[in-house]
Design a binder for this molecule. Sequence first.
Ligand code: ACO
Length: 322
Amino acid sequence: MSYARITGTGAYLPEKVLTNADLERMVETSDVWIRERTGILERHVAADGETTCDLAEAAARCALEAAGIEPREIDLIIVATTTPNRVFPSTACLLQARLGIHGCPAFDVQAVCTGFVYALAVAEKFIRTGAARCALIVGAETLSRILDWSDRSTCVLFGDGAGALVLEASETPGVLSTHLHADGHYEHLLTVPAGISEHPERFRSGEATVQMKGNEVFRMAVNTLGRMVTEVLHANGLHKSDIDWLIPHQANIRIIKATARKLGLPMERVVVTVDRHGNTSAASIPLALDAAIRDGRVQPGATLLMEAFGGGFTWGAALVRF
Ligand code: ACO
């Protein structure tokens, strides 16, 4: 069986930047509160009419260029998103058409902030079994469209963006292991409690927005991600010191620091983008990975631990040799 290797990454952030000072003018909050409780300084917000697929396409083209791959070589497309363009077709199908690709499987995965790890795990299995040789995986979100901009407990947290990577069959590893989990019993702690089929009237009137019991989610995220680290190390027979870079989902700097402490990693070995991007849900890990590859921090041969926790609850991790 082939391994699956990352051969190119890409990123795209909308032009418009919303700072904490901007939010001070919109809701009763302060730059100090947001910075101290979350680590966020600013986030990007999609322009009117700019869609998740627009963001995904820009990031995907960037990843294809980095990998030196023509769109026609792609034989699998997975988009991780909670904010798809439409009910259907999937954003992956819309992206496929934009890229001029015909015939390969294309589908979305929805695991909220863990979506990218889920997409990577699925694509890796396609490649390991020979069902695909060259996969395009994108995490893309326009979370700004499902926020209540008068709710200070959520609107300060999230941002829009997209990150992408190309995963190719290879004789050398690659993705070393992936670990996916979910527990739907916690759906009430973090949800958009309306949709196409449940409370469609609220969905149609635009009242379907993110609701979160932040402090309860926080506690669960810290504990669960701590256990996740142990699971990944144990599964691979590795020690904490074998991890070169932690590339975490970017929800809150305090959650990220707790996971780094669990790993015994200094913050210089943790890729942090939450300060500039906010929480971009499924896009946050590929955005962080792209940033660290492009600025030269992540070098070939490095061992990367990616992990995420999000609505569902869902959580997961991937151990990757770059
Ligand atoms: N500005 C000022 N005050 C605020 C704000 C704000 N923007 N938001 C809340 N507060 C107030 C609250 O009303 C509360 O006031 P009170 O004590 O008078 O009642 C106080 O600040 C403390 O609120 P907490 O919610 O307890 O604050 P906490 O320290 O837990 O931080 C936060 C909140 C940042 C949301 C944190 O709990 C968190 O990061 N949670 C986890 C988020 C996460 O990881 N989500 C999963 C991924 S997201 C996804 O899947 C879509």
